[in-house]
Design a binder for this molecule. Structure first.
Ligand code: 13P
Ligand code: 13P
Ligand code: MG
Ligand code: MG
Length: 389
């Protein structure tokens, strides 16, 4: 069995939150080179915006302490470089001081799949910046459940039985499985709310092959405060009974809207870009997604190919700029700004607390006694169960 892992973190931005400094990429590459042939079969460093991803193949399985602690050490080394250069938010995503077993709940995000390598193993590694893990919900639905996107669902007998989606509830730490196409309406009810419900994996019902893994941690839910956006990653295995490369890329031809952008607090379009353009500068956005394609051969990562470096995505980029202009004209108004319950983990609570004493009852009292309870109830519901804010 082979494991493909993407482990990522923002350990400091150059300049602001727009990119990773070349010295940090060089340090990560040096460490990956040293681990190749020993801990790792292969490994490469990649970036999207200010997030550094380690894309690695190995034999240790998902959640392996040796692989996770290796990544943790790389991120500590790049944090030291970021501190030395005075980069912005050095060590931003390293939420814990001490490493204990694996990276769960420690800040860095990771997506990992274990599989038997097929005779030809094409995979896509998607990396995003200035957005949250639910950003993968819409394209995953379209890749694996929408026949208007994926012709293979209709044409390929190995895909006809559909795919099983595993969905996490990030507020309650629970999961549920949906067998599609039968369950697509139930699936959509949840994953249409991507701030809370996130597709974690997708498995072929015919082949039993896991096709997808996503990183699903929400930094704000771990830290109890805003510490930057999660900037998720995703692996999609393709072809031979799974969506083709072109089908897996097709959903990104629409620049759909995600949460993130400036201060992680706005809705903005997700722009598919080549690696060289993955540096969000205007209003810390629009959020970006890059896609690195690899053929895996004997555990080696043959690639990457820069999959969005294709004029066929020009229209999506143009559309993203149009949508960005339109949303920006709303300034601090919803729906450009996220709704209040999503701002719970920003600096909003401190502002609310400062203004609390200035609120007073309406002259003559409320029209309905029941109504007076609403604001407090709403706040109680927003509080994710079992978490300390
Ligand atoms: P700061 O308070 O860290 O400046 O937060 C804003 C930010 O980083 C947006 O780019
Ligand atoms: P990152 O999550 O990419 O660090 O962005 C943080 C932010 O506040 C951007 O405005
Ligand atoms: Mg940052
Ligand atoms: Mg980032």
């Amino acid at each position: 069995m082979l494991t493909l892992s993407i482990i990522k973190a923002d350990t400091g931005g150059f300049v602001g939150h727009s990119a990773v400094h070349p010295d940090m990429i060089a340090e990560a590459t040096r460490r990956l080179d040293r681990a190749r042939g020993d801990l790792l079969l292969d490994g490469t460093a990649a970036t999207c915006g200010d997030d550094l991803s380690l894309i690695m193949t190995h034999k240790h399985g998902p959640d392996a302490p040796a692989v996770h602690s290796f990544a943790w050490e790389v991120f500590q080394a790049t944090t030291r470089i970021a501190s030395d250069l005075g980069l912005y938010g050095a060590g931003q995503d390293l939420l814990s001081d001490a490493f204990s077993g694996n990276l769960r709940g420690m800040g860095p995000g990771y997506a990992e799949i274990e599989f038997v390598e097929r005779p030809s193993e094409p995979v896509l590694c998607f990396l995003a910046d200035k957005t949250e893990p639910g950003a993968w919900n819409l394209p995953l639905y379209r890749m694996f459940a929408d026949p208007f996107t994926t012709a293979g669902l209709v044409i390929d007998e190995k895909m006809h039985a559909g795919f099983r989606f595993e969905v996490y509830d990030l507020h309650q730490d629970k999961r549920v499985l949906f067998d599609c196409p039968a369950d697509i309406y139930d699936l959509l009810m949840y994953i249409g709310a991507p701030a809370r419900y996130v597709v974690h994996s997708v498995v072929s019902r015919t082949l039993g092959e896991q096709a997808t893994a996503t990183s699903t941690q929400r930094l704000s839910l771990i830290a109890g405060k805003y510490v930057g956006k999660d900037d998720p990653v995703m692996i999609v295995r393709c072809q031979s009974g799974l969506p083709s490369i072109g089908e897996a890329l097709e959903p990104f031809a629409m620049s759909y809207t995600v949460g993130g952008c400036m201060r992680g607090s706005h809705h903005a379009p997700l722009m598919p870009v080549p690696v060289a353009q993955a540096h969000p500068s205007r209003f810390d956005g629009p959020p970006r997604v890059v896609c690195l394609g690899f053929q895996i051969s004997g555990g080696r990562l043959i690639g990457p190919r820069d999959m969005f470096d294709d004029p066929a995505f020009d229209r999506a980029r143009w559309e993203a700029n149009e949508i960005m202009d339109y949303l920006r004209r709303h300034g601090p108004f919803e729906p450009h700004r996220l709704s209040l319950d999503e701002l719970e983990y920003t600096t909003m609570p401190a502002l609310e607390e400062r203004l609390a004493a200035r609120w007073e009852a309406l002259p003559g009292g409320s029209a309905s006694p029941a109504r007076r309870a609403v604001p407090d109830d709403a706040r109680a519901q927003r509080q994710p169960a079992g978490r300390t804010p």
